[in-house]
Design a protein around this ligand. Structure first.
Ligand SMILES: [Zn+2]
Length: 127
């Protein structure tokens, strides 16, 4: 996505440069087409600049914003993901999602359905 934006920006800049060169051409000067071509060239250059800024910002924000990988993190909360592979530290049994209780400050406790042990789920930040 970022590379595509950069390539498009370069393409726009080349196109803009072509229009700027065409504006300086003798036939454009004779025909009075200098100003329109200058405007088009500058607009293309600005479009490329916006694309570069957009690509730079999205590239800079993505590692911290969602390291889990795109839209997947929005659909499934991190606690749900860790619960899938949760096993009881006492007996090694698979934890039941229904036995999860959310306590204060977002802590989650699980009661093992096999041995009755209660333990906390610690959500490890991925960044
Ligand atoms: Zn257990």
């Amino acid at each position: 996505m970022r590379i595509v934006a950069v390539l498009m920006a370069v393409f726009l800049w080349l196109l803009g440069a072509l229009f700027l060169l065409a504006a300086a051409a003798p036939e454009a000067v004779a025909g009075g087409k200098v100003v329109p071509r200058l405007i088009v060239g500058l607009l293309l250059f600005l479009g490329g600049l916006v694309l570069i800024i957009f690509a730079w910002r999205s590239g800079k924000n993505s590692p911290t914003a969602d390291s889990a990988g795109g839209g997947k993190s929005a659909q499934e909360p991190p606690g749900q993901l860790s619960l899938k592979a949760l096993t009881c530290p006492h007996c090694g049994g698979q934890a039941d999602a229904a036995s999860v209780k959310v306590g204060p400050e977002g802590t989650m406790s699980v009661t093992c359905q096999y041995c009755g042990a209660v333990y906390l789920i610690q959500e490890e930040p991925k960044w």
